[in-house]
Design a protein around this ligand. Structure first.
Ligand SMILES: Cc1ncc(COP(=O)(O)O)c(C=O)c1O
Length: 483
């Protein structure tokens, strides 16, 4: 169904300032206005921004990018003059164009209230009993599932239950979900792709495993960040590949000196796991150049990219070179790992090979979660949830930074965890002491595949209530600097 220019404001979801993947570089001679104009023009030309989409206000975009408002207003004026933008006084700035297809309304269903005792009581779920009873869980890797107990979540699952099952599941995933994801990754991560490049997985780890099952043979060498994601190492061990530790620093993967014989490198550029670095652009460029030169593939795990605080968004690494990057997205952090839905974006021949391999090993994503996620994405409910959670996590993170001020904190600009570095190798001891007091902590040491070369605590703030986070931080302070 086509919409007219008049009604499109109500049918298009407004683009928030945080969703525009733009990057301004003050170290190059090109003026900021020219850079911004060029990048916005490119996003409209290649379809990452589509006709009718609303751009952020000049004030909001200037704040996000950390530039003066004049840079943005001059950019918008230039793009108006070129006919790329369209706007009416007081009603916002839109990508110019006449028509756009709207999202079909989901079927109407009855809305009988769900009995209270059947509604997910999510926030009790991650409490684990220790010696001292109910524990406060400050380990990383879990989102705030308490935030999901809302009508949009329940409606999506109710509607999803009516999806017609296929006798022969599509190994690429539900076409409707793939279409919704194309729009989602374009808006949120600056990724331009078509349906043949998207495969629905059960999460980022499952996507990495499918890639490994497709392209790796026994003994193949695969780079893994060190310290890094233990499950990525476990996937490789299960597939008979060799995990090669690749050092990271506070900015993320150190690209200089990567071995030339790696078949794949697994990396987390938007928020290095667990240290939290955001991989700078020159390293991103060097990484794809390395992959081009050596023939390696880059597995980009974008697991918590939706959550950023003081920093503007960096587009996904995938956009730099879709030939060599395999993008792994997940709903595990934005919704919950219990949904079991993620997505993989790669070049078409690779996705086809993965889809074939997947059928051979009878791996698939169940249809009802796929349909539920499709509904949440297509209706804008996921975007709204992410915005709410961003605010919630920002509050928690600010509390931790405040309470642990003076300690060596890092990796707190994005994601759902941060790291407290400890000068001595006492992370394990502090974790044991905290456990006795009912606070579950995660030692940085655990994240090394080889011998740990740093000590610290990886503090997750997704799973605990704010008041429990405060209790945990007070305990951490007393354990690190006993009075
Ligand atoms: C580095 C990293 N990648 C991915 C994930 C999510 O994995 P999945 O999508 O398989 O649930 C997590 C969750 O903790 C993680 O820490």
């Amino acid at each position: 169904m086509a919409t007219t220019g008049e009604n499109r404001k109500t049918t298009m979801r407004p683009r928030t300032e945080l969703d525009l993947p733009l990057l301004l570089d003050r170290t190059v001679p090109e003026p900021l206005t020219t850079q911004l104009t060029r990048q916005l023009r490119a996003t409209m030309r290649d379809g990452r921004l589509v006709a009718g989409e609303r751009l952020p206000s000049s004030r909001a975009l200037a704040a996000t990018l950390g530039v003066s408002r004049t840079v943005v207003t001059e950019t918008y004026q230039q793009l108006y003059a070129e006919g790329w933008l369209d706007g009416r006084h007081g009603s916002g700035t839109y990508v110019a164009g006449l028509t756009r297809t709207t999202e079909p309304e989901p079927p109407r269903t009855s809305t009988h209230p769900i009995p209270r005792d059947l509604v997910l009581q999510a926030d009790t779920k991650y409490k684990i009993t220790t010696e001292s009873g109910d524990a406060v869980d400050l380990r990383p890797g879990v989102p705030w599932v308490g935030g999901l107990d809302n009508p949009a979540w329940r409606r999506a699952w109710r509607l999803a239950a009516s999806v017609v099952p296929a006798a022969r599941p599509d190994p690429y995933g539900l076409p409707g979900l793939r279409a919704a994801l194309i729009d989602y990754v374009r808006r949120t991560r600056g990724i331009a792709c078509t349906a043949e490049q998207v495969l629905v997985t059960r999460g980022a780890t499952n996507g990495f495993d499918l890639l490994a099952a497709t392209v790796l043979g026994p003994g193949d060498r695969v780079g893994v960040e060190e310290p890094g994601y233990g499950r990525a190492r476990a996937v490789l061990a299960a597939r008979g590949a060799e995990a090669v530790p690749c050092p990271v620093d506070e900015h993320g993967l150190i690209v200089d000196g990567l071995p030339d014989d790696l078949r794949v490198i697994y990396t987390t550029p938007s928020h290095q796991y667990p240290l939290g670095g955001v991989l700078p652009v020159p390293r991103r460029q060097a990484l794809v150049a390395w992959a081009r030169r050596t023939g390696a593939l880059i597995a980009e795990d974008d697991y918590d990219s939706e959550f950023r605080y003081d920093v503007g968004p960096l587009p996904a690494l995938y956009g730099l070179d879709p030939e060599v990057v395999v993008y792994l997205g997940t709903a595990s952090k934005t919704l919950t790992p219990d949904v079991g839905v993620g997505w993989l974006v790669a070049r078409p021949d690779l996705v086809e090979a993965i889809a074939r391999r997947r059928e051979e090993v009878s791996d698939r994503t169940p249809i009802v979660p796929q349909e539920a996620v499709r509904i949440l994405v297509a209706r804008g409910d996921l975007d709204r949830h992410v915005r709410r959670m961003r605010a919630e996590y920002a509050r928690r993170r600010a509390t931790i930074v405040d309470m642990l001020g003076g300690l060596a904190l890092s990796g707190d600009s994005a994601g759902l965890h941060l790291v407290v570095r400890l000068p001595h190798a006492d992370g394990d001891q502090i974790v044991r002491d905290a456990d006795r007091d009912g606070v579950l902590l995660d030692p940085l040491e655990r994240h090394f595949g080889g011998p740990a070369t740093a000590s610290g605590l990886v503090i997750g703030y997704g799973g605990a209530r704010l008041r429990d986070i405060k209790r945990g931080c007070a305990l951490i302070r007393s354990l690190i600097s006993p009075s």
